[in-house]
Design a protein around this ligand. Structure first.
Ligand code: HEC
Length: 182
């Protein structure tokens, strides 16, 4: 018994060392770690680039209502693209446009939320729009004459923008198959 009691601190020390310190350290309040720091959290405050900043990948051209239709979709509608588009849609769009694209996401006034003016993405009018038009709305809705929708081009970037267009096409096909678009 006494020998066991003597071994206890040793056992405790071994157990402590066996844990990954990275998993433990932030649970202990008196360690100062990088978790506790003055930093700007995502969405807290958009920071414009420093004046004079030049993108190293070249300037991208932003679609407008006049030019949107000329932007051609470089992403084939593969399942990989659609799956990625679904992820992007469920991250950024679903809150307003809803799971099936009918404009009835949880914050949309259609579903009793506070956000007014959300449109369906699956009616005949929008189904007949070009990929470039939908792409333009994702990048900068006000430039596409859709001033009630916030800008998403700073959040959805690169091929993700086209993948979400491809996913919207999937929602339109599903709405049609379900009998009539709304
Ligand atoms: C905060 C709510 C909100 C979110 C999030 C949102 N939208 Fe919108 N969207 C709107 C509103 C409101 C309109 C109508 C704008 C207007 O008519 O001025 C709109 C319009 C559109 C239109 C044009 C529909 C038409 O009939 O011309 C498209 C396309 C669209 N959204 C796609 C998207 C996609 C894709 C995403 C995700 C990247 C997204 N939206 C995220 C609110 C939102």
């Amino acid at each position: 018994m006494r020998r066991l009691r003597a071994a206890l601190p040793v056992l405790a020390a071994v157990a402590a060392i066996a844990c990954n310190p990275d998993d433990v350290v932030h649970r202990v309040g008196w360690f100062s770690t990088m978790r506790v720091q003055r930093s700007i959290k995502p969405y807290a405050r958009p920071i414009p680039p420093v004046p004079g900043t030049v993108p190293v990948t070249g300037m991208e051209s932003v679609p407008t209502l006049q030019t949107g239709d000329r932007f051609l979709n470089p992403r084939t509608r593969t399942s990989e693209s659609i799956n990625r588009g679904r992820f992007v849609y469920e991250t950024y769009c679903i809150v307003c446009h809803g799971a099936t694209g009918r404009g009835d996401g949880p914050i949309s006034s259609t579903a009793g939320g506070l956000y007014f003016g959300v449109r369906s993405l699956v009616n005949d009018t929008i189904a007949a729009r070009t990929d470039g038009y939908i792409y333009g709305t994702v990048v900068n809705a006000p430039l596409m004459g859709r001033g009630l929708m916030p800008i998403y081009g700073d959040k959805v970037r690169g091929t993700d923008r086209w993948d979400v267009v491809n996913y919207v096409r999937t929602l339109q096909a599903a709405a049609k198959a379900a009998g009539g678009r709304r």
